[in-house]
Design a protein around this ligand. Structure first.
Ligand code: PEP
Ligand code: MN
Length: 338
């Protein structure tokens, strides 16, 4: 961190900054110019209370050199990390497509879903048992029974499951029912208590981007999970809110290369909640893989028109198959597999 003093700062003010840094366990390196004095703080700057420093007399501004996130940062790492989900690598050379319905509905539906997921060549299944709906009168999900329906179908087909946790009070139930990946939805990205609790488990977490969160807020949210001990984090971009109303959210494809540079953790894309219409999903999915995403989270329903939620954006099993064929081609060009 660099502390820039206002022009002509007095020796007393400079000494006050130096002393404050030393009480924080850092060394101060003084550089006096003709007009301005700059103080370099040497040591782990994450321990610095920035606001306290900036309030000292004749401090103009401070500039951070290190990233404020420690565990999720790519700093000091040569290559990306792989998050293992029941032996399936996320973040390596192989791209993972996680497919399934918005909502878990019935045991028969989940059996059809699992069959279609495997037939398309996907290795993980999604489905929401607890749904964060905008309206309290909309279908809220089938609840705990949904976890059973999903897990049973998944077991028959050898698929790990990804499902959203809305409430910290359900965490033990999720672990008891063998949820393989906990999804933190866009509306909970900054529910810090929830993040700290999932951080106490070792279950992989898909952390969706808040629909109006900056990339640095998203990285800090992931840091909450990692700082509590769980480093099995997968970032999922799902579109952000914008001025445009021709689609549900604006897919921020730029977030992929930016995150890949900032963090060592895997990054996936949810093209379904971005576009909001099934016909947009293939184009967004292709863009995501081409941009370097490690995978996708895609909504698929055996009969989209009958889906209990997000019917408009669900792919049919046939459409998922066709998409997987296209994506395999893109993966090959990039030297990856699908
Ligand atoms: C979902 O994946 O079903 C979901 C609700 O997504 P998001 O949190 O991105 O809206
Ligand atoms: Mn949905």
């Amino acid at each position: 961190m660099i502390i820039i003093m206002t022009p002509g700062a007095s020796d007393v003010s400079i000494a006050a900054v130096t002393q404050r840094l030393e009480t924080m366990g850092l060394k101060a390196h003084l550089s006096r110019g003709i007009h301005q004095t700059v103080i370099g703080a040497i040591g782990d700057e994450r321990r610095i209370n920035e606001t306290g420093l900036e309030a000292l007399p004749e401090v103009d501004r401070i500039v951070r050199v290190m990233r404020p996130y420690k565990f999720v940062s790519r700093e000091g790492r040569d290559h990306g990390s792989v998050v293992e989900v029941c032996g399936i690598p996320v973040g390596g050379q192989q791209i993972q497509v996680i497919a399934g319905p918005c909502s878990v509905e019935t045991p028969a539906q989940m059996e059809e879903v699992a069959t279609a997921v495997v037939a398309a060549g996907c290795r993980m299944m999604r489905g929401g048992a607890f749904k964060p709906r905008t309206s309290p009168y909309a279908f809220q999900g089938v609840g705990v029974e949904g976890l059973v329906m999903m897990k049973e179908a998944a077991k028959r087909h050898g698929l790990p499951i990804v499902t959203e946790l809305l409430d910290v009070r359900m965490l033990d139930t999720f672990l008891e029912y063998g949820v393989d990946v906990i999804q933190i939805g866009t509306r909970n990205m900054q529910n810090f208590e929830l993040l700290k609790e999932v951080g106490r488990t070792h279950t992989p977490v898909v952390l969706k981007r808040g629909f109006s969160a900056t990339i640095s807020e998203w990285l800090m949210a992931a840091e909450y999970i990692a700082a509590a001990g769980n480093h099995n984090i997968i970032f999922c971009e799902r579109g952000v809110r914008s001025f445009e109303d021709a689609y549900r959210n604006m897919l921020d494809v730029t977030a992929v290369p930016v995150l890949k540079r900032e963090t060592h953790l895997p990054v996936i894309i949810d093209p379904s909640h971005a576009g909001g219409k099934a016909w947009m999903v293939p184009a967004l999915a292709r863009a995501a893989i081409a941009a370097g995403a490690d995978g996708l989270l895609v909504e698929m329903h055996p009969r989209p028109v009958e889906a209990w939620s997000d019917a408009d954006q669900a792919l049919s099993p046939t459409e998922l198959n066709a998409l997987m064929v296209e994506l395999r081609g893109i993966a090959t060009v990039l030297g990856r597999t699908l």
